[in-house]
Design a protein around this ligand. Structure first.
Ligand code: ZN
Length: 304
């Protein structure tokens, strides 16, 4: 079912990378720059992430003995230093997620360079280390993102969704390890219901969300794939939901043969195999298209 799986360390059946995007209220200021200050309840909902949930998440991970990756916009790093300190003290990876969660694919190349560097600077100042992992805000990876990430010394991206296995994304400048995710392992479709962030899903019980996530895990375990989620502290860090996350980790551990690793570790492992010539990854050349496809010119209007 899964072609060309990556050989995992110690013969593990699959690799599991838990990631958390600590967006906090950056997304509200981005969506409503002029009146975010008047949307106090939504603001409080989003601040629940850094102020309440992160401590709980980090505590749970410490108890279970696994390290996760936290993608944090630079503005949130500056705004919520206590949460970032807890993440770093827990030994987790701090990775790049824009500066104010801005949209890379709606900017010029120069603007994207500016905001990417600003995010890098915030994370490097807080942690003493330049980030090596990146997830585009809203998954909005741009035509320029790969080149910019290569210039900034990143080793992996975690924004795309085009494979079951880690692979390479390539442009003339070079290549980067891609850790592909999937929307069914994001917690917004299961839980987020708020008009200020334009997302109005019917909320499901944690056991149902867990069933979605664990179905993916069972498949990846059986066919030696790679499981990476995208959870958010303000969403899955709520008590009932985090109880389900804890159950998931306990069940994954009990099943055995699972390599729990950060994004940085999975990328380094994959790159190491490629360099040693023991694994041939699939290579995705980016961008997929330079412009509008010629088969569908602007003059074309469909009938009806
Ligand atoms: Zn985000």
């Amino acid at each position: 079912m899964i072609k060309n799986p990556v050989p995992w360390p110690n013969g593990a059946r699959c690799a599991v990378t838990f990631t958390w995007d600590m967006d906090a209220d950056s997304i509200l200021h981005l969506a409503h720059p002029n009146d975010a200050s008047t949307r106090i309840s939504t603001n409080s909902m989003l601040k629940y992430g850094p102020l309440i949930a992160v401590e709980r998440i980090v505590g749970m991970l410490d108890e279970l003995g696994i390290k996760n990756t936290f993608f944090v916009p630079g503005w949130c790093v500056e705004r919520y230093p206590q949460a970032v300190k807890m993440i770093l003290q827990g030994g987790h990876e701090l990775a790049h997620h824009g500066y104010l969660h801005e949209y890379p694919n709606m900017m010029t190349r120069d603007q994207e360079v500016y905001w990417t560097k600003r995010g890098v600077d915030s994370l490097a100042t807080a942690s003493g280390k330049k980030p090596v992992g990146y997830r585009a805000p809203w998954y909005r990876f741009s035509k320029h993102s790969l080149e910019i990430l290569l210039d900034e010394g990143f080793t992996y991206d975690c924004s795309l969704m085009g494979d079951d296995n880690p692979h390479l994304i390539r442009c003339p400048k070079g290549d980067l390890v891609e850790l592909p995710g999937s929307i069914q392992l994001d917690d917004w479709p299961q839980y987020v219901h708020n008009p200020d962030v334009d997302y109005m899903m019917s909320i499901v019980p944690p056991r149902v969300a867990k069933e979605v996530y664990m179905a993916e895990f069972e498949a990846k375990w059986q066919y030696k794939g790679f499981w990476v989620n995208c959870f958010h502290p303000f969403v899955s860090g709520q008590v009932a939901r985090l109880m389900a996350v804890k159950e998931m980790i306990i069940e994954m551990k009990a099943k055995g043969g699972v390599w729990f690793a950060t994004g940085e570790q999975v990328a380094a492992h994959t790159r190491g195999l490629i360099e040693a010539g023991t694994y041939q990854p699939r290579i995705d050349d980016l961008p997929y298209y330079d412009a509008r496809i010629p088969e569908f010119p602007e003059s074309y209007m469909p009938a009806g």
